[in-house]
Design a protein. Sequence first.
Length: 298
Amino acid sequence: MIEATQGSSAGNDKVGAVLVVGGGIGGMQAALDLAESGYKVYLVESGPAIGGAMAQLDKTFPTNDCAMCTLAPRLVDCGRHPNVEKLTYSEVLSLEGEPGRFRVRVKKKPRSVDPAKCTGCGECSAACLVRNRAYFEPTEPEQIDLPPEEIEELGRILDANGRDPASLLPILQDLNSEYHWLKPAAFAYLSAELGIPVARLLRVATFYNAFSLTPRGEHVVNVCMGTACYVKGGRRILETFQRELKVEVGGTTGDLKFTLETVNCLGCCGQSPVVRVDEDIYGYVKLSEVPKIVAKYQ
């Protein structure tokens, strides 16, 4: 149990500490602003880590900025600032007093590990005696409508990753890499083999941008439209790719060779404008280089 107290000196100057409840992006920024002003700040978060819901997002509205690019610097600053004490996995039990003179009782839940020694290796979860196993309501088996050769390929992917629901993401990644998209008919087979309802498979598949439920090209061209790349001519680069491939953004060429997409940041702002084809990065791209890039993957 932790108690934090704030009181008043002989004058009107406030002394003591400040309590910030909630370790989301707003709570972290408030804690940092107060800490920079010289206050001791207790940042209370009910979850096991600060970051809040923003840590689960890919982009933020309305600018489509990278969520982690906004969140990560504040996470680091809160972790390093000497005036910020993080009380994660904690809850406020009581708050007494009035502004300028209050007392708060905070309960820290047991973690069964020493946070000062934790390196994030994950070994403790492997040795944990408590297991939370997901339960799914039984459903009627879906009809599997796949040719024998594709069923054989799916079986090979399952054998390589293990026929375990915990291996779902690697299985979907291998399947997406093999066919460049996730065929809806394949979900019935995966549902029967892994014991996961099709609806839940689709929920996972539609959450990640890396997966597609529509046919995509053998090569995916991503033109960066972040601020630096846009200023350096990213829009003109994109328009040149559209003319060269004869597709719009999000489209796939008729021969299923290329899919054209945009991305908000590739992390190479110093080399803008930047284009990524599959895993290959091209920096300082000029309009005259677009046909050469396309020809390389023909």
